[in-house]
Design a protein around this ligand. Structure first.
Ligand code: 6R9
Length: 688
């Protein structure tokens, strides 16, 4: 067979295998729709079943004025959507606004004394902290004054490396007040992973904390921050200043002492700026608000750049009309603010609406798995927002919500597909059948929800996300870009036909990567300025039922979803390759009862190295140290060789089958040495 043709067929097989693998991974029950409870039908913002029509295609893009009008603008926009440079759409062009003003200042008159943030520390004997909108305003101003005094200004980038403390949203909003672009790195990431993001963002200032509590342990975070700064320096990037918050105001609790001339305690800086007010900077709608890094299919994380106007309008709009957050709600999203969910649905969306958000330190299962319900009861939480992985874990650990007196209206699930039995427990045990389960599908790149049903007027479907969110028109394409009609039961690539205001502006310093990663494959005409020719490719496999509800099956690319966190296979493999003696590495997703998937890592060794438990352990630790604990492989298997095609590509789908105990390998004829498959099987499962 000619080389080109062989490659094509191989690609086909690999793609097909991925879809069927995803289907196998998720074993769904029967089709089941459940009507919302009567109370929610009455209370919701959207009670009119025809509301969705306001967002139909004929009304696009002006329909999104409904979202943008939730904000206060310093200058109204002249162009709703500028499509002159596809796919770099610009929304609300000509408009000026400030995100901090919209999330804080404008609420003072009506809600100044209402709680904006309730912070629950991990140690249960430590008091909670409540920040009213006025407190938030006061603190954001002082921090903004500090940032300004360091010479930071609109358009500069600052990296934040902070855990779940109120100082994190305060710092984000202080940046937003001045038009400074923040890039918050998840505190669970390792120092080197943080360094990579500092370098890419070119941040000269890092804002961090001495330490924090997690799972009963004090985490010395400043140590990690020092590693980040040192690794960046080794790679030629100098962080000039490190600002350090303290978890306890009266003491500094880290073995890494502040470094003279480089490190500054926020406590000291705040003292100098006490009571200062800093006018907010009106910013162009299409200017960047923040960068959020996420894993892609190459080794380098992608910096998704989100806009001020489009993004804020989109998260405020979805929070109001779909999430149904009212100013009286106590909204608790358990996600970490270091992920997009925290940015959109803890900080920017709910605060833009003047709601009260609860933020907690620690994990849901410590000191015991009833902690979430204790918090819900104690603080009157009305909306809960979490991921299937947390629900699975709580369920498994025997968490008992029935002992607690709380009442949820909305229960959001996000991040991974949710299995029917987990869904049922969420709805029945957690929600006591009084709340709507809202399965929301979206991504870091998309800013806000892409699929979700309207909780007051549309039914829930067990294990499915909803139809497209308001103004979002999803479609499923087959490999050749032909539409797969709803109800056919066939899986394909879920794509979004139209632009929407929440989509990232670009990839930081790498716009090409946005075209390649999200548009190229199904672009109908690269010369065209018509958005209809530029569908957005999400990278997930999905099916669509007759009613237009989508079921997400899993990733179609080299991304593994571990407990709702996205990890790039290349990042993990590159980390493994840093260990002496490792010749090749391949990582695959293994189905896991709690985390959805865990990474299984296969390595082969260079000549002269013998397999040993020590090497396997070293590789495990390397991945952990370079990326972070979430990426730690469940197993490291040392194999004599990889299952490789004649063109030298590792056939990961074969390894995925082996990890998951399946022998339906598909066609192995393109392998150089098919006998290797049996040998690897024996290493993983033993003989026979
Ligand atoms: C928000 C967030 C995005 C990927 C996405 C998909 C998976 C997210 C889901 C879901 C099934 C849902 N995903 N929500 N899968 N049902 N409701 O998670 O962003 O970290 O970028 O991950 O997560 O595979 O493509 P991100």
């Amino acid at each position: 067979m000619a080389g080109g043709k062989a490659k094509e067929i191989e690609k086909e097989i690999e793609k097909e295998a991925r879809i069927s693998e995803a289907e196998v991974a998720v074993h769904w029950g029967e089709e089941e729709y459940i009507e919302p409870p009567e109370e929610i039908k009455r209370q919701a913002y959207v009670t009119d079943p025809t509301f969705r029509e306001k967002f139909k295609e004929e009304n696009f893009p002006e329909c999104f004025h409904i979202y943008a009008d939730l904000l206060d603008w310093d200058r109204y926009w002249h162009t709703t959507l500028d499509t002159s440079n596809p796919p770099f759409w610009k929304w609300f062009v000509g408009g000026k606004l400030n995100a901090c003003y919209n999330c804080v200042d404008r609420h003072l008159k009506k809600y100044g004394n209402k709680a904006a943030i309730i912070w629950v520390p991990e140690p249960e004997d430590e008091p909670k902290r409540v920040l009213t909108y006025y407190d938030l305003y006061y603190q954001v101003n002082v921090v903004a004054s500090v940032l300004q005094s360091l010479g930071l200004k609109a358009g500069d980038t600052v990296t934040l490396y902070m855990p779940m403390v109120p100082e994190l949203p305060i710092t984000m909003l202080a940046c937003a007040r001045l038009g400074i672009i923040h890039s918050q790195v998840f505190s669970g990431f390792s120092g080197p992973a943080c360094a990579e993001r500092i370098i890419d963002a070119e941040s000269k200032v890092l804002i961090t904390i001495d330490g924090y509590w997690r799972n009963g342990k004090w985490i010395d975070h400043k140590k990690n921050a020092d590693i980040a700064v040192n690794v960046a320096a080794e790679r030629g990037h100098k962080v000039e200043k490190v600002l350090i918050w303290q978890r306890y105001r009266d003491r500094y609790n880290s073995e890494s002492k502040p470094i003279e001339g480089r490190d500054f305690l926020m406590k000291d800086l705040l003292k100098e700026h006490r009571g200062k007010k800093v006018p907010y900077v009106p910013m162009p709608a299409e200017a960047p608000l923040f960068i959020m890094y996420t894993s892609g299919s190459t080794g380098k994380p992608k910096g998704c750049v989100h806009s001020i106007g489009g993004y804020l309008a989109y998260v405020a709009g979805t929070c109001k009309y779909i999430h149904d957050i009212h100013p009286e709600d106590i909204h608790w999203c358990m996600a970490d603010i270091g992920w997009i969910t925290g940015h959109s649905y803890i900080v920017y969306g709910p605060l833009a609406l003047g709601a009260t958000v609860l933020i907690y330190e620690g994990v849901p299962t410590y000191p015991d798995p009833d902690r979430p319900w204790r918090i819900a009861e104690r603080y009157g939480v009305t909306i809960l927002h979490t991921a299937p992985t947390a629900i699975r874990l709580l369920k498994k650990l025997g968490s008992d919500p029935s002992k607690y007196d709380y009442k949820f209206r909305i229960l959001v699930t996000v991040g991974e597909p949710i299995e029917p039995e987990v869904w049922r427990w969420y709805y029945t045990a957690v929600g006591k059948k009084q709340a709507v389960v809202l399965d929301t599908w979206w991504q870091t790149e998309t800013g806000g929800w892409l699929c979700a049903h309207l909780p007051g007027v549309e039914p829930m479907k067990l294990g499915s996300t909803g139809p497209g969110a308001l103004g979002i028109y999803p479609v499923i394409y087959d490999e050749n870009g032909n539409e797969i009609p709803p109800g056919s039961g066939k899986a394909g690539y879920i794509c979004i036909k139209n632009p929407w205001p929440g989509r990232m502006l670009t990839i930081w310093k790498n716009p090409e990567r946005m075209i390649k990663g999200y548009y190229e494959k199904f672009c109908k005409n690269k010369e065209s300025k018509d958005w209809r020719d530029w569908p957005y490719i999400a990278g997930d496999a999905a099916t669509c039922d007759k009613r237009g509800y989508f079921r997400i099956l899993g990733r179609m690319d080299d991304i593994i979803n571990v407990a709702g966190h996205r990890l790039g296979t290349k990042e993990i493999e590159s980390a493994a390759l840093t260990v002496e003696g490792v010749a090749e590495a391949a990582v695959v997703p293994k189905i896991d009862e709690l985390k959805g998937h865990v990474p299984d890592l296969y390595i082969s060794l260079k000549d002269g190295y013998e397999p040993s438990p020590e090497i396997a352990e070293k590789v495990k630790m390397a991945v952990r140290n370079i990326i972070g604990p979430i990426a730690t492989p469940a197993h490291v298997y040392i194999v004599p060789d990889m299952p490789k095609t004649r063109s030298g590509k590792i056939m990961r789908r074969v390894l995925a089958c082996i990890s998951n105990g399946r022998k339906d390998f598909g066609d192995l004829t393109t392998l150089i040495d098919p006998s290797i498959v049996e040998k690897i099987w024996e290493i993983v499962h033993g003989e026979g």
